[in-house]
Design a protein around this ligand. Structure first.
Ligand code: GDP
Length: 296
């Protein structure tokens, strides 16, 4: 296993103990180590560099060189800076509008359909007793529609789909009318995803966003995809200017550095994390907890 970031920090600063005083050179060396560890935790190279520069500045500003416990102080500076960069506080989703519309975007396999179900479940059991409607807009893969129907049955949440209709915008707009008629206050639109970003896919999600004017557009991304996650996030953000990110598969063996990279590169909040395949395996994103995880 990799040495964790906090272990590295411990080690880097241990040498300093005997000397009584640490120097700027010692700090710079230790931070170089931290940068390597961040990159090993899937943090984008540029993001890691910016991060280290700002930690260094803070540490110097806090007179870490003359502190009684410099090592502990450095670890705290790194931790706090990670949390600040990831947004400080958890951010809620916008549920304005009747019905409120949540548009799900992302690559195939990222966990969009699963997350649509999880959100429906979370909203259904919320104390406001929402009545979500799930909408199957993946017109290319009948299996995806079936998958959503199975989830809907399991959660006792209605699923809207139109067999034979190949126009996702039409299906989604009809679903909104259906929701109004049936008293569903939230519509969650699950869209098609491709294995890689392509023009057709981007046009489709862009059209859906324009036509639906959702209160919340979420970009779903697999945390296990590391650096690729950042590039995909960037491409989606440039086209659809999404409102928030959902990081899935954090139950896997990843340090979650993608969270820091995505947040920094696209400057959009991470709102939820997926931590398993079951419908309750959804957490609100907490920057402090993610900082703990990245530090290890
Ligand atoms: P979509 O193509 O984006 O709709 O992706 P799916 O929702 O079909 O998910 C793809 C696969 O990832 C499925 O096997 C899901 O069960 C699995 N999956 C989704 N979210 C998570 C998660 O948070 N943790 C784990 N371990 N698996 C997940």
């Amino acid at each position: 296993m990799f040495e964790s970031l906090s272990e590295r920090l411990e080690r880097s600063f241990k040498i300093l103990k005997g000397e009584g005083k640490i120097t700027e050179v010692n700090v710079a060396d230790a931070l170089k180590d931290v940068r390597k560890a961040l990159i090993a935790a899937d943090v984008n190279y540029k993001v890691a560099k910016t991060f280290i520069d700002s930690v260094k500045q803070k540490a110097m500003g806090m007179n870490v060189l003359t502190a009684v416990r410099p090592k502990e102080m450095m670890i705290k500076v790194v931790h706090d800076e990670l949390a600040i960069l990831m947004g400080g506080e958890a951010q809620p989703i916008n549920l304005q509008g009747r019905p409120a519309i949540i548009l799900m975007s992302g690559l195939q396999g990222s966990g969009k359909t699963t997350m649509s179900g999880k959100l429906a479940y979370m909203l259904k059991k919320d104390k406001k007793q929402h009545k979500p409607l799930l909408v199957a807009c993946d017109v290319y893969r009948p299996a995806a529609i079936d998958q959503l129907k199975v989830l809907g049955d399991q959660l006792e949440v209605p699923v809207y789909s139109e067999e034979g209709n190949k126009n996702p915008v039409e299906i989604a707009l009809n679903a909104v009318q259906h929701a109004k008629a049936k008293g569903n206050d939230i519509v969650i639109v699950d869209t098609a995803g491709r294995l890689a970003v392509d023009e057709e896919m981007m046009d489709e999600i862009e059209n859906l966003k324009k036509s639906l004017n959702p209160s919340e557009t979420l970009f779903v991304v697999d945390a296990m995809t590391g650096q690729d996650a950042v590039n995909t996030a960037k491409e989606f953000n440039e086209r659809i200017d999404f409102d928030g990110v959902v990081l899935t598969k954090l139950d896997g063996d990843t340090r979650g550095g993608a969270a820091l990279s995505i947040r920094t590169v696209v400057d959009k909040p991470i709102k939820f994390v997926g931590i398993g395949e079951k419908m309750d395996a959804l957490n609100v994103f907490h920057p402090q907890r993610m900082a703990d995880r990245i530090l290890g």
